[in-house]
Design a protein around this ligand. Structure first.
Ligand code: AMP
Ligand code: MG
Length: 336
């Protein structure tokens, strides 16, 4: 058993590098969510990441590089892959490509492919530069918990097992990267919705992209347990289409009314009441994404009996928001 530690939240990349050299994973800010990082060549620390997160070994990690040069050290790149990387990096686009031998099996869950991206935040990039090799970094939360978008959220979930959390403020995007597989160049596949919309990639590539559905079923009914769970708060989370006009029926009346938090994406056309929250005062989907995980995590800690939240319009980053909400939801009450 690992003895308990108490993480320090700080602003020093030197300190982060110090702990990595000591054999400890550190939490680092990216523009998507906070990551739990280890150098690609430190199997000992990578093993610790799986253990501390309680992450199943068949769930591969994303390799974070500085640029296209470092990309080519870890993956076989076609002109199309380089073209995408040059356009969208540094940024929230992860590319799945054939791996090079230097990438250990534990990172790819034994697959011959590797997922790679270049993060945008100066702090993360500085740590890669100082360490001199790419860093693997899954989100800095325990398996199936909500991804952290602030240093304090990392501390709440993992502060007792980490030594250092590098604080870069709130993550700009707030949802994990878009993942695009280029294994079959003629048929690129979207493996995860994220901040860069599928349509943006299609326009850039001049070809259509298939969405590979690990996506939860978008059902019409009360469907507890139907979803591939992820990002789950402890408090039951109900997902609805239009919260302002939602009329609960039957057994849902209590869950809707008694000690429940109601989360609007945009301001409703009336004053907010106690227990009501708005994710973006400016009706900006980007801001909704940025605040989404933080509010779920805060309300989860605030002892409500239920959290009710509405889904986003299915455009731009709205698809990523809905994907995460569906996986977090215990009950999906959306209309067909
Ligand atoms: P995260 O949990 O946010 O760190 O993201 C890691 C995710 O990236 C995994 O759960 C996979 O969905 C995806 N991923 C990583 N490596 C690969 C790979 N080689 N092939 C396909 N997907 C991958
Ligand atoms: Mg994660």
């Amino acid at each position: 058993m690992r003895h308990r530690v108490q993480a320090v939240i700080g602003h020093s990349t030197d300190e982060a590098v110090f702990w990595l050299r000591q054999g400890e994973p550190v939490a680092l800010p990216t523009e998507t969510v906070y990551g739990l990082a280890a150098p690609l060549d430190r199997l000992d620390i990578i093993h610790k990441i799986y253990a501390l997160k309680q992450r199943p070994a068949d769930n591969p990690l994303i390799v974070h590089v500085l640029d296209c040069d470092q990309l080519q050290e870890v993956a076989q790149c076609s002109p199309k892959a380089l073209h995408l990387a040059e356009k969208f990096w540094p940024g929230p686009l992860t590319l799945v490509l054939p791996k090079k031998p230097c990438v250990p099996d534990i990172v790819t869950a034994g697959q011959p492919t590797v997922a790679v991206r270049a993060p945008q935040t100066a702090l993360f990039r500085e740590v890669i530069q100082k360490i001199g090799v790419p860093l693997v970094a899954p989100s800095a939360n325990k398996f199936q918990h909500v991804s952290p978008t602030t240093a304090h959220q990392v501390y709440r979930d993992m502060g007792d097992v980490l030594h250092y959390i590098l604080d870069g403020g709130a993550c700009r995007f707030g949802v994990e990267s878009t993942i695009l597989s280029l294994l079959d160049e003629r048929h690129p596949q979207l493996l995860r919705y994220g901040p860069i919309a599928k349509e943006t990639l299609e326009t850039f590539l001049g070809q259509s992209i298939e969405t590979v559905s690990h996506a939860p079923q978008t059902g019409a009914h009360l469907s507890p347990g139907l979803y591939k769970k992820h990002y789950s708060p402890q408090t039951p989370l109900y997902l609805v289409d239009d919260l302002a006009n939602y009329q609960p029926s039957g057994g849902l009346r209590d869950a809707f009314a008694k000690n429940a938090a109601h989360v609007f994406l945009f301001p409703p056309e009336r004053h907010l009441q106690k227990g009501e929250f708005v994710l973006s005062e400016h009706s900006d989907l980007q801001e909704v994404a940025m605040r989404l995980f933080a509010i779920i995590s805060e309300l989860d800690a605030a002892h409500y009996d239920a959290i009710w939240i509405e889904k986003a319009p299915a455009k731009d980053i709205g698809n990523a928001i809905n994907d995460r909400l569906s996986r977090a939801a215990h009950f999906d009450l959306r209309a067909k």
